[in-house]
Design a protein around this ligand. Structure first.
Ligand SMILES: O=C([O-])CC(=O)C(=O)O
Ligand SMILES: [Mg+2]
Length: 222
C-alpha cells in the first residue's frame, strides 16, 4: 500500500521557505535536497518556492513542455529536464507566456532557455543551466508528472522546490511542515549568532576552535 499523499503545502509555508532561501532550507533539511548544479537566475535577487510540476523531455526535444503546460497550476514551479542536460532551448518567450497565464511561481530548466531578455521581464522567476538559441525538436513525447533527477537529487511531482541566487533545493512534500519548523529554529539561531558577531565576538572562540587548535589532543587531526 502506498503512503497517503501529503496535503498541498500551505501558502504561508511556501512563503516562509522562499523567504528563508536555498542555503537555509537545505541546511535545515539536514543538507538534503540540493539540486547541485550551476543555475543562472534570469532575474537576480528573485526568490520562489512551490510544488514541482515536472516534464521529462526526450533528448533535445520539448514536446513534453507543450504537454505539461496543460497541467500547470497557479503557484507551481515548472521543472523541465532531459535525460542528459545539454544546451538546447526547451523554453522561450512563447512557452513562458503560457506559464504566466497558468500562474507559474517559477520555472527551472535543466537545459537551456532562449528569448532570455523577454524572460527576464516576466513576473515570475526563471532559472536555467544555459542561455542558448539552439532549438528543440518536437518529435518525442517524453513524460509529464514523473520523478526526475536534477543536480543529483530526485524530485517527485509535488515536492517543494526553493530557488534563489544560490540555486535550487527541494523538500519532499511529506517533509515540508517539519522543514518549516527547522527553518524557523535555524533562523532564530543565526539571528542570535549574527548579533554576537556584530558585537565583535569571533566564531573561532565561540565554537571552541581556538581552544582546540591551541591545545591539540595527540592523535586527533594529525
Ligand atoms: O518554441 C520553442 O521551442 C521555444 C521558444 O523559443 C519559445 O517558447 O518561444
Ligand atoms: Mg521563442
Amino acid at each position: 500500500m502506498s503512503a497517503a499523499k501529503p496535503p498541498a503545502p500551505a501558502a504561508s509555508a511556501l512563503e516562509e521557505l522562499a523567504t528563508a532561501g536555498v542555503a537555509t532550507v537545505y541546511e535545515a533539511y539536514g543538507r538534503r535536497g540540493l539540486l547541485d548544479a550551476e543555475w543562472i537566475p534570469l532575474q537576480p535577487g528573485r526568490r520562489a518556492a512551490g510544488p514541482a510540476r515536472i516534464a521529462r523531455c526526450g533528448q533535445g526535444d520539448n514536446r513534453a513542455v507543450h504537454e505539461v503546460m496543460t497541467h500547470l497550476l497557479p503557484g507551481e514551479v515548472l521543472v523541465l529536464t532531459m535525460p542528459e542536460p545539454e544546451p538546447v532551448a526547451l523554453f522561450g518567450d512563447l512557452l513562458a507566456t503560457q506559464a504566466a497565464a497558468c500562474g507559474a511561481a517559477a520555472v527551472l530548466v535543466d537545459a537551456a532557455v532562449r528569448d532570455s531578455a523577454d524572460l527576464a521581464r516576466l513576473d515570475y522567476g526563471v532559472w536555467t543551466r544555459w542561455r542558448r538559441a539552439r532549438g528543440a525538436t518536437k518529435d518525442e513525447r517524453g513524460s509529464v508528472n514523473v520523478r526526475v533527477e536534477v543536480g543529483g537529487t530526485t524530485v517527485a511531482p509535488g515536492d517543494v522546490v526553493v530557488l534563489d541566487d544560490d540555486g535550487a533545493t527541494a523538500v519532499a512534500a511529506a517533509d515540508v511542515t517539519a522543514t518549516v519548523e527547522a527553518v524557523r529554529r535555524r533562523i532564530a539561531n543565526e539571528n542570535g549568532l549574527r548579533a554576537r558577531w556584530a558585537a565583535g565576538e569571533f566564531s573561532y572562540d565561540a565554537y571552541g576552535l581556538r581552544e582546540a587548535d591551541e591545545n591539540p589532543r595527540p592523535g586527533v587531526g594529525t
